[in-house]
Design a protein around this ligand. Structure first.
Ligand code: UDP
Length: 540
C-alpha cells in the first residue's frame, strides 16, 4: 500500500555513521513532502496506481558515494547535486509506492549485507540462486562494486535485477563488450571506464529521456506554493540569475555576462574555490553573489528572477527545468558544432555518441517563450533576445512537463517496476504488441530518427517483430542476398543498383535505436508515446 508517513522514510535515511551522509537528501525530501503527498493523491484519485501490487524487496546502493566521491559533503559547497536529486526522488518514489527499501553507501556495508553465502569465493555460492532482491538500483561504480564483492555465479544470475542510474545514457556499441573494446576493429579500446557493462540497454536509467534505448528515470521538479509555508516572492523585472554553482564555470564568459548586465541586474549562487588573494576571480565585480543557497532561499531567488542564464556548463542539469517551472526564462547557450565524445573532453569517455546541441537539449525542445537557445558569442542576436524577454507584455507562464511532476515520476516508475522484466529468457517486452509498428528507414538514418519522423518512439525490446523476412516481404522488399549476423544496425538492407543485400540480427543484445551506418536502410520497431510522458506508450 501507499506510504505517506514521512517519519519512517526519515529513519531509513539516518545513517549509522557520524557525518552528514544523507543530510541533503533528507532536507530535499522533507521540503517536498507535501508535493509528494499531493502527487500520490492525484494518482490514486485517477486510479493510476493499482491496489493489487506485490510489495518488492529493493536494494539501493549508491556506488559513487561508496567510491569515495563524497557528493553528500560537497552538496553544500557547490558540488554537483543532480545525482543527489535523482537518488532522493528515487528513494521517495519507491518508499511511497510501498516497497521495502534498503540503502547502502559503503563497500563494507554491501559486503556485510551480501552475507557470507553471497560473497566470494565461488565455491561458497555454487548452486545458489540470484540475490534475494527483486530489484537493485545502483550506478556504474556501484555495479562494479557488486561485481567485485559477489561470487561470480551469484553475480551472473543477478545481473538481470540491476537498474543502473546513468545520467547521460549508454548506447549499444559501448555496452556490448566486443564492440566497446575494439574487437570489431572500430578502434574503441578505451571506452570501458563507463561502458562494457553488458546489460540490456533498458537497464540503464537516465536523467532525461535522451534516447528510448535506455529507460527514463528522471526526477521531480521542486515547486512550492503558499500552503507549503514557503513565502511567495515577487518577480523583479530586471533581475537575472546565473546558472553556476562553481567559480570555474565563469571562465571566459565575461563578455557574455557584460551583455546580460546591459539589461539585467546579475545575481549568482557561486562558491568561490581559490583563496581570493591568489587568483583573480572570473566572476565580475558587479555580480551579486549569494554563494550556494539552501533549497528554499535558492527557490525564492530563482522565482524573483526574470531570466536564468546558462554559461554552457553543467550539461543537462535539473536547474533549468526548475526555472521554467517558475516562469523564469532560461537563456540556453547553443553549441555549434554540437558537443560530443568526438570533440569535448567531458564526453570523451561517456558511453554515448549523442550530439549535445546546447547546454540543455531537453529545454531547447521546450523553446519559446520559456527557453531561448542562443549563440552566446553572437552579441547582436543575444541583445535582440534579451530585449524581447524584457519587453514582453505578458508574464511568461510557468511550465512543467508532466513527466517531471510527482504524479509523472510515480506513474512511470510504477510502470517500470511492475512491467519490466529482464530476467525472463527470451526477454519479454513490456510494451504491448499493438503499440508497436514496424518501419523501413531512409538510408543512413538511425531508428531514433526513423521513428520520430513517423511520430513515434523507437522500442528496442520489440525489434524481433522486424527482424524477419516476413516483415520485408510484406513491404515488397526482395532480398538478393541474406546474411544473419551480429551488427549494430541490423536488421537492415543495402541497395546496390537493382539488388538489395539484407542483414538480419543474430545477437539480440545489439538491438538498438541509436546506431546508423551509411547506405543501410534500418528496419525499426516504433511505439506510440504519451505527450509529456514519453517513456510510456499509449497502450502501456
Ligand atoms: N541548487 C541549490 N542551491 C544553489 C544552486 C542550485 O540547491 O545555490 C540546486 C538546484 O535547485 C537543483 C540542484 O542544485 O535542484 C542541481 O542543480 P544543477 O542543475 O546545477 O545540476 P548539477 O550540476 O548540480 O548536477
Amino acid at each position: 500500500s501507499i506510504r505517506l508517513n514521512l517519519m519512517e522514510l526519515r529513519r531509513l535515511l539516518t545513517h549509522p555513521c557520524p557525518g552528514i551522509q544523507f543530510h541533503w537528501m533528507r532536507l530535499r525530501i522533507t521540503r517536498m513532502w507535501q508535493q509528494w503527498r499531493r502527487g500520490v493523491e492525484e494518482m490514486l484519485q485517477e486510479g493510476k496506481i493499482s491496489i493489487s501490487r506485490r510489495k518488492k524487496n529493493i536494494l539501493l546502493h549508491f556506488g559513487t558515494l561508496a567510491q569515495g566521491n563524497r557528493l553528500d559533503e560537497t552538496a553544500f559547497k557547490g558540488g554537483p547535486l543532480g545525482e543527489l536529486v535523482q537518488w532522493s526522488d528515487l528513494v521517495a518514489t519507491l518508499y511511497i509506492l510501498g516497497h521495502d527499501v534498503t540503502i547502502t553507501t559503503e563497500i563494507n556495508q554491501l559486503g556485510k549485507l551480501m552475507a557470507d553465502n553471497w560473497q566470494r569465493p565461488v565455491q561458497a555460492s555454487l548452486g545458489r540462486g540470484p540475490l534475494p532482491y527483486d530489484l537493485i538500483f545502483t550506478d556504474i561504480h556501484g555495479y562494479k562494486q557488486f561485481r567485485n564483492t559477489l561470487a561470480e555465479a551469484v553475480f551472473t544470475k543477478s545481473r538481470c535485477l540491476f537498474r543502473i542510474l546513468d545520467s547521460f545514457g549508454t548506447e549499444a556499441e559501448f555496452n556490448y563488450r566486443p564492440y566497446a573494446t575494439g574487437y570489431h576493429g572500430n578502434n574503441r579500446s578505451n571506452t570501458c571506464e563507463w561502458g562494457c557493462l553488458h546489460l540490456r540497454l533498458q537497464q540503464f536509467y537516465t536523467m532525461f529521456p535522451h534516447t528510448p534505448d535506455n529507460s527514463f528515470l528522471g526526477f521531480v521538479i521542486e515547486r512550492h506554493n503558499a500552503r507549503d509555508g514557503v513565502k511567495q516572492t515577487i518577480r523583479i523585472q530586471n533581475q537575472s540569475l546565473v546558472y553556476a554553482k562553481r567559480e570555474y564555470m565563469w571562465e571566459g564568459k565575461q563578455a557574455f555576462i557584460d551583455v546580460i548586465r546591459e539589461f539585467f541586474d546579475v545575481h549568482a549562487t557561486s562558491e568561490l574555490q581559490a583563496p581570493r588573494h591568489m587568483t583573480q576571480s572570473p566572476i565580475p565585480e558587479y555580480v551579486h553573489n549569494h554563494y550556494v543557497l539552501l533549497g528554499d532561499s535558492y527557490q525564492a531567488l530563482l522565482q524573483q528572477s526574470k531570466i536564468f542564464v546558462g554559461l554552457g556548463f553543467p550539461y543537462e542539469g535539473p536547474a533549468p527545468l526548475e526555472a521554467i517551472a517558475m516562469g523564469t526564462v532560461f537563456i540556453n547557450p547553443r553549441f555549434h558544432p554540437p558537443h560530443s565524445r568526438s570533440n569535448t573532453a567531458f564526453f570523451a569517455e561517456k558511453p554515448t555518441n549523442r550530439e549535445v546541441t546546447s547546454q540543455h537539449p531537453y529545454a531547447e525542445d521546450i523553446g519559446d517563450p520559456h527557453v531561448y537557445t542562443v549563440d552566446i558569442n553572437n552579441h547582436t542576436q543575444l541583445r535582440a533576445t534579451l530585449l524581447r524577454v524584457l519587453t514582453r507584455q505578458q508574464e511568461v507562464p510557468p511550465f512543467l512537463p508532466f513527466e517531471f511532476t510527482v504524479a509523472g515520476m510515480l506513474e512511470r516508475m510504477n510502470y517500470y517496476i511492475e512491467n519490466q522484466d529482464f530476467c525472463s529468457n527470451p526477454i519479454r517486452s513490456h510494451v504491448p504488441r499493438n503499440a508497436v509498428q514496424g518501419f523501413v528507414g531512409a538510408e543512413g538514418k538511425s531508428c531514433n530518427d526513423v521513428c520520430r519522423s513517423n511520430g513515434r518512439f523507437c522500442e528496442n525490446t520489440r525489434f524481433n517483430s522486424v527482424n524477419n523476412m516476413d516483415f520485408l516481404r510484406a513491404r515488397n522488399v526482395t532480398c538478393s542476398t541474406v546474411v544473419s549476423e551480429a551488427g549494430l544496425v541490423y536488421p537492415s538492407f543495402v541497395r546496390q543498383g537493382a539488388r538489395k543485400d539484407c542483414f538480419f540480427q543474430q545477437n539480440d543484445f545489439l538491438f538498438n535505436c541509436a546506431s546508423k551506418l551509411e547506405k543501410h536502410n534500418r528496419l525499426c520497431a516504433c511505439r506510440t508515446f504519451k505527450k509529456e510522458q514519453v517513456a510510456l506508450c499509449h497502450e502501456c
